[in-house]
Ligand binder design. Structure first.
Ligand code: NAP
Length: 311
């Protein structure tokens, strides 16, 4: 299915299907629709074939317009936690299909766990969508190991193929448990915010950025390319940076086609960021609390964007 000539691939779950190791995130891509479309089209022109969106981002229509007429894209979107009731999942999927202008969504993900709705009810709807041919694969996002196990147990005939989680050189709590669980169980890890939502660049004087620059000079690669290569070099991990800036988009694809040597991987693995000490980034409880507030802000902002659009 994937035709991007430049693309390195990773196996999606246990499906034996290969998906691009580098995708395009779309949260807040572009200050307006045409800017977003231009950025995504640039990515496609240089070989990108995976796009990640979500009903909550308000970017599904933009993605639909970008990929109209293409048949070699891999499209991932997400259903929001407030739509996890059976009928709501079906309705959300139908809406997403319409906005994306596709007959089938490649990867449909639960955006965030919602303990107030039984996971069995949500997964029944997800399997129904597979049976109806509206989605190909089921994924989750921001799920802990326990939540992944519960979600898998709630499925009758499908398997969870991926967990989309925050993972970057700066934010590494997934390494505590989730990463190994996914690797052992052949679940693809989709690393979101691979540049810490841009924090990596706000700290240019910090030593993580310096380390990436030093490592990169050996390969003639930029800190961004090293940060992405470090993620993609890990078993089962793919990354979905967001780049509205065309130069950034082009730079990021330079993370493909080469490999960090083990010694350099280890330098980054072993590095404790001054800004986010290990004790912070490896503590799932602290992390989840901080993520909760970060996401709450994210949802509020998306709500504002969506209200703005309907005016
Ligand atoms: P990110 O990809 O870590 O960082 C994006 C920021 O980095 C933007 O400011 C971008 O600037 C900048 N950037 C990109 N490439 C660059 C380069 N080569 N040099 C310098 N700056 C560069 O942040 P993110 O948007 O949070 O995460 C990426 C995607 O993950 C999202 O778009 C979304 O699809 C997904 N996500 C999922 C969840 C979830 O809960 N599942 C949560 C957050 C994000 P420009 O835009 O100006 O190029």
């Amino acid at each position: 299915m994937i035709n991007g000539a430049l693309m390195e691939t990773k196996e999606l779950g246990k499906t034996k299907e290969k998906i691009p190791a580098l995708g395009m995130g779309t949260w807040k891509i572009g200050s307006n629709e045409s800017e977003g479309i231009e950025a995504l089209k640039t990515g496609i022109d240089i070989g990108m074939r995976f796009i990640d969106t979500a009903e909550m981002y308000g970017t599904e229509e933009m993605v639909g317009k970008t990929i109209e007429g293409m048949d070699d894209m891999f499209i991932a979107t997400k259903v929001s936690p407030n739509h996890f009731r059976y009928d709501d999942v079906i309705k959300s999927c139908n809406r997403s299909l319409e906005k994306l202008k596709v007959k089938q969504i490649d990867l449909y993900q639960l955006h965030w766990p919602n303990s107030s709705i039984p996971i069995t009810e949500t997964m029944k709807a997800m399997e129904k969508l597979v049976d109806l041919g509206k989605i190909r694969y089921i994924g989750v996002s921001n799920f802990s190991t326990k939540e992944m196990k519960d979600a898998q147990n709630a499925l009758k005939h499908e398997e969870i193929v991926s967990n989309q989680v925050e993972y970057s050189v700066l934010v590494r709590y997934v390494e505590k448990e989730i990463l190994k669980f996914c690797q052992d169980n052949k679940i693809t890890v989709i690393a979101y915010s691979p540049f810490g939502s841009g924090k990596l660049y706000g700290q240019r004087s910090n030593s993580m950025y310096d380390l990436l620059r030093n490592v990169g000079s050996k390969y003639q690669k930029t800190p961004s390319q090293v940060a992405l290569n470090w993620l993609m070099s890990k078993d089962r991990v793919m990354a979905i940076p967001k780049a509205a800036n065309i130069a950034h988009m082009k730079e990021n694809i330079g993370a493909l086609g080469w490999k960090l040597e083990d010694a350099d991987m280890n330098k980054i693995n072993d590095f404790l960021s001054d800004e986010r000490p290990m004790v912070w980034s490896l503590n799932p409880l602290v992390k989840r609390t901080s993520s909760f507030w970060a996401r709450l802000m994210e949802y509020k902002e998306m709500g504002r964007n969506m209200r703005g659009k309907t005016k």
